[in-house]
Structure formats: C-alpha cells, structure tokens
Design a protein around this ligand. Structure first.
Ligand SMILES: [Zn+2]
Length: 393
C-alpha cells in the first residue's frame, strides 16, 4: 500500500531542515541565499526583498547558476511551505546541496508576521514586448529589466564611443542617459558617430543624440549637459549617476574624471581608440585599480590621441563602445565578471583580444586615500599638466 500524500510530506519534512520566518534574517547574515520557488504571477504580487527567483519547475536547470557552491546554505520558500519542502528534497537528494532549509508557513506567514515585503513594479504590455528578449534571460528577467529602467548612466561624449554606447543602452532600456558634450555635429564625424546623421550637421551633439534616443525608446529620459568638463563642474555633473561611460579623447580630463569618480565612488567604464587598436577597462573605486594606478603619468604627447587629428577605422569605436555598453549593463545587473583590474586590448587588424592584469597601486595619489581626504584642488592635477600637448597644439 502506498503512503498517503500527507504521510509522504511528513517523511520529506523529516529529512530537511525547516526554518521559521524569524530565523531567516540571522541565516542570511551568515551567508544563506533565499530562493523564491513560486510561479511568476505569485511573485509579482510581492516577495521577500533580495530573494532570488527560481520557480520550482525550473529548479534543476537554473539553481546552479544562482547558487554555484553547493555548501552554501539555501532557504527556499513558496506560498505555504509545502512546495518549498518538496523543492528542498530535490536540492538535497538529486542535486547534492548540503545545507537546504524550507521556510515554514511560506510567504503567507512571512507577510502575516509583518516582515518586509517588496512588490515589484509592473511593466506595461508594451514594455514586456519591447524587452521580451531580456525577460527570457535568467540573468536579466523582469527584475533586471527594472534595474536597467531605474539606472542612471552618464556618457562623456556623444562621439565615436558614446554614439554606439548610447544607442544600445537606450535600446536596452537604461532609464536615464546623461550626455556631456559641447560640440556640434560635423560631416567628418559621421564615418563613426552613428547616433547623428547627415541632416544634423551643425546641430549640437546633445540635441542630435536626444532626438535619436527618443525615436528609439520613449522609456529613456535624456539629460543634456552641453558643456566642457572642468574642475569647477565635474563633481556636480557626475553626482547622482550610477555608472560613467568614458569616451573622452584627452588625458587631462581623464585624470580629472578619475579623481572625481573615486571621490564619488562611481564606477567608470573606460575605452580608448587609436588607428586599429582599442583598449577597455572598468575602474570601480576601491574594488579595483583606478586610472592613476594604471597610468601614474600620462603618455608622451605625440602618442596622445587628443593632440591633433588621428586616423581611426570607423567601426573600431563601434566595437569598443559596445564593449563599454556591455560592461555598463553587467555592472547595473551585477552579473558576470566585469573588466575590473584588467585592461583589454583589441587589435582590429590582427583580430585578437589580449588582456593584462592591472593592480591597485598602494601608493596611488588618489585611490590609496579615503575619498574625504581628496580636495578639489588636487583633482585632475598631474606633474606636467601645463606642458602636456604644448608641443602639438
Ligand atoms: Zn589608484
């Protein structure tokens, strides 16, 4: 005679650890990961803040990407504590997880006890369609898309790097794009600055970029900063943004940007191009090296792209700008392995991508110190600031 459903459940529960909602905070503090195993529609009505979503039907295929280390404690919850008990058994017996808990009473009890609940905002039908290919990705999904919609990204320059980055960040639904540029569209820009077009020659780049972005995605708010960055305005411009895309073409401003972004703790996705070669790195303050750790002194003026017009293969800033956009999205979503502490070097002629590790300099004049210790006067200063480019301009 086969045992009844209630008897089977009792047997399962005897083999897993059950936790009361009141124990969840403490277990989390010790490193436990909370997993919501309910269906999409149940989760949409509210969930435990910070809980990952892996519906029970997708447990076998998805759990390892959320919790790769099987010794990490896991707390599963559903609506009442029954499905999570079954799911816990699967994790232990079929998938080899070592410390699996099921939350007693499920989300219903959690809510009844007055614990904190997060209710996700709902996307419109149009947004669900627009971002449908993101929603299908486990690493993005509805919550990731909401993070993108809430994100504020500042693009320094609507030029070769900023154009492709802005286009794809707008298409991806990054909700706020700030653009810093004081220039107007020139015919010679159009070989690579694809956010502009022939009809907009002579138009301010910030206005031209705004028009293109608005036409592409009405979800995106464009903030125009038609100015040149200097020590007097950089802190005010950067403040409030989550990530900065550095498409700057001159070293003095790069140092200034570095110093300001370290003070404000804003990550910078930086790229540089020359001829057929591109470089990219992510400078995340206090988690990796800063720009000054990498380049304590600027390169000789004749090698600096800002000092005169240099040739560049038109598609190269496209490639590098899209790598920047990719890193920005990874930072916003907190997925993957951003290029922090690594300098990627792309050789378009050779079709190769090399990388060198870069380390924080313990004696770095900027990031070895507390951000509060860095003064306005020190920002952007480096030894031969005045002499820089003097021989070329
Ligand atoms: Zn540094």
């Amino acid at each position: 005679m086969s045992p009844s459903g209630a008897e089977v459940l009792r047997q399962i529960k005897s083999r897993i650890a059950e936790v009361d909602p009141s124990e969840v905070h403490e277990l989390r503090r010790q490193g436990a990961v909370v997993i919501d195993v309910r269906q999409d529609d149940e989760r949409a009505a509210g969930h435990i803040p910070g809980a990952h979503h892996v519906p029970k039907s997708h447990l076998e295929t998805r759990i390892e990407s959320v919790v790769p280390d099987k010794s990490v404690p896991v707390i599963l919850y559903c609506a009442s504590g029954v499905r999570s008990a079954w799911a816990a058994r699967t994790l232990i017996e079929d998938l080899g997880y070592e410390r699996v808990h099921s939350m007693v009473g499920g989300f219903t009890l959690w809510k009844d006890r007055g614990h904190e609940v997060e209710v996700p905002r709902v996307m419109s039908a149009e947004q669900r369609e627009r971002y449908s290919r993101h929603l299908l990705l486990n690493e993005v999904g509805a919550e990731g898309q909401q993070k993108l919609l809430d994100a504020k990204v500042l693009l320094l320059g609507a030029g070769g790097l900023g154009s492709p980055a802005a286009l794809y960040l707008a298409a991806a639904g990054v909700g706020t794009l700030g653009i810093v540029d004081d220039d107007v569209v020139d015919l010679s820009n159009l070989q690579r600055q694809v956010i502009h077009n022939s009809e907009r020659v002579g138009v301010a780049k910030v206005d031209s970029a705004e028009q293109t972005i608005n036409a592409l995605n009405p979800d995106v708010k464009v903030i125009k900063h038609r100015l040149r960055l200097g020590p007097e305005n950089i802190m005010g411009v950067l403040d409030g943004y989550d990530v900065v895309v550095d498409g700057l073409d001159n070293f003095p401003t790069r140092y200034l940007l570095n110093d300001a972004s370290v003070r404000l703790r804003i990550p910078v996705v930086s790229a540089a191009i020359l001829g057929f070669d591109g470089q990219l790195s992510v400078f995340k303050p206090y988690e990796g090296p800063c720009y000054r750790c990498l380049f304590p002194v600027p390169p000789p003026a004749e090698l600096a792209p800002s000092c005169g017009a240099n040739g560049v293969l038109g598609v190269l800033p496209g490639t590098m700008g899209l790598l920047q956009a990719t890193e920005v999205i990874k930072l916003i979503l907190d997925v993957g392995n951003p290029a922090i502490g690594r300098l990627l070097m792309y050789d378009a002629l050779g079709a190769t991508m090399d990388e060198v590790k870069i380390r924080r300099d313990p004696d770095c004049p900027i990031c070895s110190r507390d951000p509060d210790e860095i003064s306005d006067e020190e920002m952007g200063v480096f030894p031969d600031y005045e002499a820089f480019c003097a021989g070329v301009h």
